[in-house]
Write a protein that binds this ligand. Structure first.
Ligand SMILES: C[S@@+](CC[C@H](N)C(=O)[O-])C[C@H]1O[C@@H](n2cnc3c(N)ncnc32)[C@H](O)[C@@H]1O
Length: 208
């Protein structure tokens, strides 16, 4: 059964599906293109890529130009939009913390701004699962949260949302404990249109 905190995230993104796309397009300083390219340039054409928390498919569409992409999101409304936006990828509506996937089935796993919705008590386990889904030497790209927040639930963009994250030093330790070697690791600040302006992200590119 899906964790109630994650159910809340899915219901929230169902509710704000269109507004989220518009809002996120107005964020200043978003470095997703640079990080997606850092992943893509290390992968051969046709590589199997798993995207966790794909939303409406903004990065999925670009990844699917060169790779075989499987994209997961818990929000049915987001998956519907992503399917319409990216006919060339495979989509799964599911809680990615509960996915059962064969070991070594992807050359890369990518998560753009979704892991800050993962309850941090399951983050270490999720890193271990991601590691197991990758081939040896496979790559993991993620924009993680940076604040020391066990649990935040409240009004966000007109819905109720849940956030959770560790500070970067804890995320780094959990990644290494899961078996990853960090290749790139950077803190990036963005300016969000609302509600509170500044966002901070811990981007990592790690090798299994
Ligand atoms: C901030 S949005 C980012 C969407 C997209 N990656 C982008 O950058 O435009 C986070 C997405 O992750 C999804 N998500 C969060 N936790 C999830 C989980 N445990 N399983 C599946 N999807 C999840 C949400 O439903 C939402 O669509």
């Amino acid at each position: 059964m899906t964790d109630p905190r994650t159910q809340l995230v899915g219901a929230g993104y169902d509710q704000i599906a269109d507004y989220f796309v518009e809002w996120s397009g107005r964020i200043e300083g978003d470095q997703r293109d640079r990080w997606r390219r850092a992943l893509a340039e290390r992968l051969p054409d046709g590589a199997r890529v798993l995207e966790l928390g794909c939303g409406a498919g903004r990065d999925t569409r670009l990844l699917a130009e060169r790779f075989r992409v499987t994209a997961v999101d818990i929000s049915g409304e987001q998956v519907d939009r992503a399917r319409a936006n990216v006919p060339d990828a495979e989509f799964v509506q599911s809680d990615f913390t509960r996915l059962e996937l064969a070991a070594g089935s992807f050359e890369a796993v990518a998560a753009f701004y979704s892991f800050n919705h993962v309850p941090r008590d399951v983050l270490g386990d999720l890193f271990r699962r991601v590691h197991s889904w990758l081939v040896p030497g496979g790559l993991f790209l993620a924009a993680l949260g940076t604040s020391d927040t066990e649990s935040w639930t409240g009004d966000w963009l007109g819905t109720t949302m849940f956030f959770s994250s560790f500070p970067p030093e804890t995320s780094r330790r959990l990644l290494v404990e899961a078996g990853f070697q960090l290749l790139l690791d950077e803190i990036v600040t963005t300016i969000e249109p609302e509600p509170d302006g500044e966002g901070q992200w811990h981007w990592v590119l790690a090798e299994a």
